[in-house]
Design a protein around this ligand. Structure first.
Ligand SMILES: Cc1cc2nc3c(=O)[nH]c(=O)nc-3n(C[C@H](O)[C@H](O)[C@H](O)COP(=O)(O)O)c2cc1C
Length: 210
């Protein structure tokens, strides 16, 4: 079946993309407004795209024309945010922070979550999250009047102590992080526990097999 994106509505394109490009990691983004008011929300149009410079990207879709949500507004104003990652344990509180609260509501308090200070940026990180990336705005790409891509330069990273195997070698116990991904529809998620190994094949090894 061919779907011609030129003739589809925004909602139809959205449904096709999020039903197929799965699983998507979830950026749980913490920001502050100019007055220091906290904000947190999940964004699953998200991934890491470069290690040098270390860049993460997430996409904000507006609620209405000219509106890129509180997260986008705060990053435009302050240039700083943290990206926390979501594990099985924090899935439910994460979902609470996605409720369409007005800007004055602290979603973290609503979800019963606590914060820890960041070291290089003002917005704190979510204490219950096993990984947090401290980010500075690298670039914002306006896709149209109500959609934007936020590129963040990662300036520091926190990993829960019991998930670090060897700090000097940067070895992380990834399965222990128990991270989740977003799947299709409005409420489906995947675990990362069903993994398998497929080592890369060096060209020389490939040549000897063919
Ligand atoms: C798992 C999950 C992933 C989401 N991903 C996105 C996303 O990639 N882009 C987006 O604009 N909204 C996304 N949302 C919806 C926002 O989290 C929601 O609109 C939130 O209220 C925005 O909060 P804010 O105005 O404080 O930034 C997602 C919601 C959930 C539950």
């Amino acid at each position: 079946m061919l779907f011609d994106f030129e003739t589809l509505s925004t909602q139809e394109r959205y449904k096709l993309l999020v039903s197929t490009v799965v699983p998507r990691p979830i950026a749980w983004v913490v920001t502050q407004d100019l007055g220091g008011r906290l904000n947190a929300a999940p964004y699953s149009f998200f991934n890491v795209f470069s290690a040098d410079p270390p860049v993460v990207v997430f996409g904000i879709g507006g609620r209405k024309p000219g509106d890129t949500k509180d997260t986008g507004q705060n990053i435009r104003e302050t240039g700083q945010f943290t990206v926390c990652l979501v594990n099985q344990e924090t899935a439910k509180p994460m979902n609470i922070t996605a409720i369409d609260f007005p800007p004055e509501v602290d979603e973290l308090a609503e979800a019963g979550l606590t914060t820890l200070p960041s070291t290089r940026v003002k917005p704190p990180r979510i204490a219950e999250s096993p990984v947090a990336l401290e980010c500075e705005r690298f670039m914002i790409i306006e896709l149209n009047t109500d959609r934007a891509l936020v590129l963040g330069r990662v300036v520091a990273m926190h990993v829960r102590d019991d998930c670090v195997l060897d700090a000097a070698r940067c070895y992380i116990d990834t399965p222990k992080l128990d991270l989740i991904g977003r799947l299709h529809g409005g409420g489906w998620y995947s675990r990362t526990s069903d993994s398998f190994e497929l080592p890369r094949i060096p060209l020389e090894a490939w040549k000897t097999t063919t």
